[in-house]
Design a protein around this ligand. Structure first.
Ligand code: COA
Ligand code: MG
Length: 290
């Protein structure tokens, strides 16, 4: 799952457009992109969209409102029966928030006659200062959890920051820390780490640089806010032919050498972490081609 495109859940026009964007996942948003006065309308439009959508296309996740709002239970009641592939939980404070939503999902699935556990979960895990201290608590929270991501906008608001970027347009320390801890927390929990949005959607070169840095560090995908960002993200997070050929060569070098812990390839030492990396890349490439 390389590209995760946000679509305001109260916009029928954008929902129709998003389906053709080429995104691997659409995140039908009922949270921050929907005005308080429009929450009920968004629930109706999102549930109808889910019920009528061609499910051979992108995976469909719904971003519910946060657990400390009066909206989230009605959000789940409205959409789970329409069988989203997953729910995105914003502003999680720790793995306990995932447990709370997982429990509620089980009840809704039972009521709707949907197999227990079929609705996946993902979360935006860095939106408050306190949440940065708990990024190691998602491991084992729920088998539903499949992805973790981070956000810089709400964290900046919580910190009372004037900006989250420096004069060169780069994230400052608190946000780089949030990004790093999310990557580590997600990998520790055995789920996909997905990079945050790139808000300046007209800056394609900036998005590509940002996405490349994320892919280099181990993120498996990136969120988008505009359809024009999707092809760039898909390209960056699809392993190149050259990367794949190298990974196959590494795997073959170990196979040819038999039961050994270290081999050399083109004058470079390779040991177990290199084999593990190569296998992961091949696995990821097979996923992005399906
Ligand atoms: N999903 C689907 N379609 C989208 C889209 C999205 N996220 N963003 C833009 N579009 C559509 C527009 O409706 C427009 O359609 P049209 O050609 O039929 O008129 C087309 O793509 C071009 O859009 P553009 O004019 O470049 O942008 P805009 O000014 O209409 O929209 C935003 C800009 C930021 C408001 C819009 O991209 C958006 O709503 N993004 C998602 C915001 C969100 O969900 N935020 C929450 C998570 S951070
Ligand atoms: Mg937000």
């Amino acid at each position: 799952m390389r590209s995760w495109l946000f679509v305001p859940g109260d916009s029928e026009k954008k929902l129709a457009k998003a389906h053709l964007s080429g995104a691997d996942v659409l995140i039908l948003d009922m949270e921050d992109s929907v005005a308080l006065s429009n929450k009920e309308t968004a629930r109706g439009i999102t549930a109808d969209y889910l019920a009528g959508a061609d499910r051979t296309g992108p995976k469909l996740f719904v971003r519910m409102n946060a657990l400390d709002t009066p909206f989230w239970e009605d959000d789940l009641a409205a959409v789970v029966k329409a069988k989203p592939d997953g729910i995105m939980v914003p502003k999680t404070k720790s793995g306990d928030c995932i447990k709370t939503v997982a429990f509620a999902l089980t009840e809704h699935e039972q009521e709707a006659g949907i197999a227990a556990g079929s609705t996946k979960l993902c979360c935006v895990a860095t939106e408050t200062a306190a949440s940065l201290f708990t990024l190691g608590t998602y491991q084992g929270a729920s088998p539903r959890l499949s992805m973790m991501t981070w956000g810089a906008e709400d964290l900046a608001a919580d910190l009372g920051a004037r900006s989250n970027k420096d004069d060169d347009g780069l994230y400052t320390g608190p946000y780089r820390l949030a990004r790093t801890l999310t990557l580590l927390g997600a990998v520790a929990a055995g789920v996909d780490p997905v990079d945050s949005i790139y808000a300046d959607f007209r800056d394609e070169a900036g998005l590509e640089t940002d996405a490349r840095a994320a892919a280099r560090d181990g993120f498996t995908g990136k969120m988008a806010i505009h359809p024009a960002q999707v092809p760039i993200i898909n390209r960056v997070f699809t392993p190149s032919g050259e990367d794949l050929a190298h990974a196959h060569a590494v795997i073959k070098a170990f196979e040819d050498a038999g039961d050994v812990g270290v081999v050399s390839l083109d004058g470079v030492m390779l040991d177990m972490p290199h084999l593990k990396q190569a296998r992961r890349l091949v696995e990821r490439a097979s996923q992005s081609s399906t």
